[in-house]
Unconditional design. Sequence first.
Lengths: 322, 324, 524, 339
Amino acid sequence: SAAAGKYTIGISNTVQGNGWREEMVCAMKAQALASGEVTKLNIAHRNTDAAGQLEDIRNLISAKVDAIVVNPADPAGIKAGLEEATKAGIVVVAVDQAVTEPSAYIISNNQEEYAYLGAKWLFQQMGGKGEVFYMRGAAGASADSDRDKGFKKALAEFPDVKVAQEVFTGWQQDQAKQQMLSFLATGTPFNGVWTSGIDNVIVDALVESQAPLVPVVGADNAGFVGQLSSVKGLVGAAVTNPGSIGGAGVTLALQILDGKKPPQQTVLVQPQLWENATEEGKAKLKAAADPSLSPEWPVSIMIPDWTTYTKEQIVACKGPGE
Amino acid sequence: MNHFLRRQGWVIGLFALLVALFILTKLIQPGYGSGDFGSLARAVLPYAFAVAAQTVVVIAGGIDLSVAAMMALTSVTAASMMAGASEEYALFVVPFVLAMGFVLGALNGLLIVVTRVPDIVVTLAMLFVLQGAALLVLGAPGGGAAEWLKALISGTVPIPGLPDAVDAWLPKALLVLIFCLCVIWIPLRRSRLGLSIYAIGSSELAAFRSGVPVKRTRILAYALSGLFAAFGGLALTMSTGIGAPIPGPYLLASVAAVVLGGVALGGGKGGLLGPIIAVFVLRLVRTDLTLLAIDPNVTAIIEGLIMVAVVMFGAFITMRGRQQ
Amino acid sequence: MTTSPLLDASGVAKNYGAVAALRNASLSVLPGEVHALMGANGAGKSTLVKILTGAISANAGRILIRGEARDIRSPAAARRAGLLPVYQEPSLIPDLDVLSNLRLTGTPVEPFRAWVRELGIPDLDLRETARDIPLAILRVLDLARALAVEPDVLLLDEMTAALPANLAEKVLEVVRRQGDAGRAVIFISHRFVEIAALCDRATVLRDGETVGVVDIEPGVEERIVELMLGARIVKTKVQPRAAGQNAAPAPARPRIAVRNLRVGSKLSDVSFDLADGEVAGVVALEGQGQDELFAALAGSIKPNGGTIEVDGSQVKFTHPIDAIRSGIAYVPGDRSEALAMQRSVRENIALPFSAALRNWGPIPMRKERDTVLGAIQRLQIDTRAQGEVQRLSGGNQQKVTIARWIAADARTILCFDPTRGIDVGTKQEIYKLLRELAGHGKSVLFYTSELEEVQRVCDRVIVIFNGRLVDIFPVEEADEPALMRAAYGLPRGAKADVGILADPSATSSDSPSPNASDAPEASP
Amino acid sequence: MRRANPIASRPMSTSAITPQSIPLGRRIKRFMADRPLVPLVILLVILVVILQILRPGIVNERWIANTIKFAIPLAILAGCQTMTMLTGGIDLSVGTVATMSAFIMATQIVNQDPAVAFLLAMTPAVLIGLVNGIGVGVFRVHPLIMTLGTSLIGTGCLQVYQRTVIASGAKIPDFLAWLGTGVTWGFPNALLLFVPLAALIVFTLARTGFGRLLYAVGDNERATRLSGVRYWQVITALYIVSSLLAGITGLLYIGLIKAPSLSLAEPLVLPSVAAAVIGGTSIFGGRGGYTGTIVGALILTVLTTLLTILQMPEGARRILFGLIVLFVTAAYLRIVEDR
Ligand SMILES: Nc1ncnc2c1ncn2[C@@H]1O[C@H](COP(=O)(O)OP(=O)(O)OP(=O)(O)O)[C@@H](O)[C@H]1O
Ligand SMILES: Nc1ncnc2c1ncn2[C@@H]1O[C@H](COP(=O)(O)OP(=O)(O)OP(=O)(O)O)[C@@H](O)[C@H]1O
Ligand SMILES: [Mg+2]
Ligand SMILES: [Mg+2]
């Protein structure tokens, strides 16, 4: 169906109902529309595991798409499916996380770096010593274990920083908030909080219980970015983890389809850190803040050089033909 | 013949629905062929085992909420044991993991019998326990699987005496599924134990009075459920090549397919064929939704509607039947 | 007799919480004997059977089989020891077909088939699911299944209670022959005529204790009744009521007028009236359409034709609530169908008060309590265990089902076999109650499976056969033989014997009659 | 899913004749069996004491307020389960309904009058309740499947809806935030909503015709029919009430969490079932009550805290959680079933 240079692109994603992933899917749609090269998007977007994603990928192969952009449920678990896709002549691009299938192209946020950057900044803010409350993502998720590596790397650089408590939020707001409040109630002293992206509820919890506002590291979610400029006395940093990487994935896929292969298989989008401790950081935050976005959406809705849609387009969340 | 029709009516109807769906699929995607059918069979595999696990306990008058967690645990166990190990070692891993599923399933049953806590609560608690155990085995997705295991469910085998065109429609995954289920289910169904499972689900009191060892049968039903779940866990490892400690969407899917398959949630009625066909129907619906490039958010609505509509339709038929 | 007992139980006790179901029961059965186990409702007969067959465990007691002490812990163990029960409730697995049920219990099929034929069911389909088989047939299959393994001791708990006469006869014949074959049978029944026709000796239980063992010989009934009831002796003989006695003067128009009522293929062209202040009896063999008649009047099923008029205006019931609104209440024969077993007596009696949408709001507790207490007192319900109806004895449960409609002040009560499985004393109370209701101007439609009750309670009797109303008797003419003939569809005045049990010479003086029957070969 | 063990002798009466001399232990057991709330409260206290021993000083005013704040939404959802379980049903759609009303409230409040936003937020709750009720009450679909199906449909609709409002952003109404997170004189403001609501549920179950019917229908549906009850009316009303309660929970919960998401209340569904069961409501119908459920919800919340502060691998934590839930339920059954 690649008539007149137009393509059908298949998309596979395995987490539904999460702001980050929703933004990713919208970025894919918006980029497909903005590129003008895509006739149809074929989206498999549901809550499932690696085996389910294999099913989706194979269905996309049956649908004879030209390229598949996939946010892998697991780097190794969908290898077989991606291999079959490549064999069927389909361009495969993995976004957000790496995959082990060598024929696939990867454009990914660097999760290990994400954690390292934030944790390092946090430990510096804490003066290189003290106790940190380590709020991880979902136990057993591969992105979580990648971030854990980065966090541990930073921790190793600051021998006087100790983990006061480690919890898994499951990337769920309510659970994270309850954990924070329970932790506060124990009266354990702590000097900083590192979160795996469930951030604004943590600030809320600190403010509501009138606990001392220790430095908090989170992601560039709209809610948290807003708090960094509005909550008095809050020192913190947002590490970018753009959901718009999905749009970049579509761009990469289209480039390959058009015969412009990138020099290397893997493109890593490096995270940035926006903090509110310095004037320079504050300015960056102010520029990035976007109260009109849903608080769960990352504010970095575009990636320079990789995405060409407008804000209206991504917010409208409409793909070609919709 | 009359009895057969009355008893198997639902299954026949479901099969007709499946055939209709295949025709629809062919219309949507004229290129839909044997390879795609192979993909379907592989997608069905873990669901089919999950639903078999659920079916056994539902027939015995219970319910098992720990199916998906059991699959996760057996899957990570298999994957972590096979990681970096030799191909032959897997010959030991497979029976070990199956035995583990059997024993843990029996534990489910034992707890229900001993504590007299309702099955739904015991298996809910076990869901957490098994999930925790899976996390202890593997903190993050990983591990490996022997190549021969992975090969076991991909592609087709040439069956002597059958033309290739037919062979191609008999993917290995389907044969594995049929083999595993038949080896356990058919002898079971014919055995005294199988009858006893139906009996305790139909009427525990009458079963007890007919001399059925109710407690032992209940424990064995859960053990069998654990065994099927272990098959499901292995199927996950075989298809993905890894083990993931977070349970997949198999619990709710298994309950839905059991009901769609004509097994009453009160126990004592139905068989395994219906739920398995129901799994094929549900997976094929998903394939069609993907082929049609339906808005993914609408697919959730459609899947929910199908489930509710089919079950309501079934209820409607039974109601009509009762009135006449 | 000098032979040693086949089964010898003594000192058996069983407690349920604070209640003793059995205190000190003993039972000794000789080979070749048919031994009756008798007692009022709740005396502990079924409990004893369950203990002997391992279905429940006793708190105390000793059980010897052929002189050896045995500890029987499960029905399977009892089976191995040669004890086979047919319990009061059918124990075939409802969702399995007959064949699978046989395989489940390891019963040989051919002997089973032979017994089934012998017991009067010539064309049984072994592939039929037990759920689809009528209750009476199920009971017979249960028996055939027990007979097929040739047990040493056969325990039959109210085997004949739900059977039509023709099947009951067959059962009695077969059971009698078991004794001849050297096996022992323990036979529980509330019907003296069966005991007299069948048994050699009887053990009588009262309040969980064995109070006597008697040989069955003519005239022993009085003695058994005395033993069963102990202090609360009740007169068991009643004078037949004469028409007009107590009956209200015939009103201008009937309370309920049924015309040409038709329900499916089960009931056709039934017409009769029911007046205020009248108890009208309904007599029919099993399955002749009486169930459908009651259900249609109660609004449970929709008739296919004909009309029902209440107080002169035609009604159409689509749900029991419609019937209740017209003042018609239905008391089903099966208590478990009418009661919420885990709820209190009070809630059960007050249930109809909350039924209508407008009564879903707050309950006027005081008013409710007064009404409920009134009904409880009127029926003399023993409320020691009123927290949960399931803890009441069977008779008291039955009273609760009626009390509900007394409290709701229903004008017409449809009673379907209210005395099924109830002891003599409670039966008397229920008869009295029905008459009292009529005395207060209510109307009662009363189906009974025991013909002797008719003359005690009713003003008129309607006989139904094969879905048609065949006759209406005034009470004076409704003696048992006449009713029996009519129930079999024989025209009034014809003289033909109907089964051994209808023959008055074969039974004792107060000859209660067997139940109804669907007797295929008895139809003319 | 049927009545557990009819063979084992049934729980026995305690109101019958009581002989004079009973050993103390047995008397205590009797006492607890008569008042099933007592052992539950004792279990709760034991958990709190363990917590205090593990982390001295943790049990303070603030902790209690926090615990209550988080227990309340759970307790209301568990109330839905209690009522549906009394009729032998279950309502798995409460999580979706709560999430929907929360999300719609947070997005509609941006350009709508609060009253309008409230009505809009409660609309899907009523609709889903109605559909559940008709499915279960009229078509006799198994409640598990029916509510699961509507919950899938609801989630799908919410996803579609979410796309149409991304642009408008979301806001948590101050009133809900005050209700959800505020504390006045040491008492969480949420109690202002919860205490009357709980009293209403308890009253409904014990003293109204509707409550009576719930128990009776769950116990013996045929008997209620013969008494003139229209099953579908009771069931439809029940599932609508359940959904409305879930909707209200959603509003309260969004005030507490202050972050609208598409899976907001989903994690509360299984615990709500567990809370009702721990609180002594039978999933087979006819037996149970709401006061026990409230204590059940508190027990679960305290347990979660207890496990959070324990330093152990996440896997071990989950194992412990499962085992404790099982143990608590089993122990409670043992105590209450005086035999
Ligand atoms: N499980 C129980 N718990 C509490 N009380 C009980 C229980 N079972 C029976 N009772 C009470 O013991 C008393 C005697 O009951 P029983 O069943 O022996 O009566 P019964 O003689 O059978 O009467 P009926 O002829 O009416 O059946 C009744 O008041 C009943 O409420
Ligand atoms: N499971 C039980 N729980 C509590 N009480 C029971 C139970 N089973 C029987 N009982 C009580 O034990 C006593 C004896 O009951 P049983 O059924 O043996 O009487 P029965 O002589 O067979 O009466 P019937 O003629 O009505 O069949 C009754 O008081 C009854 O209430
Ligand atoms: Mg009794
Ligand atoms: Mg009995």
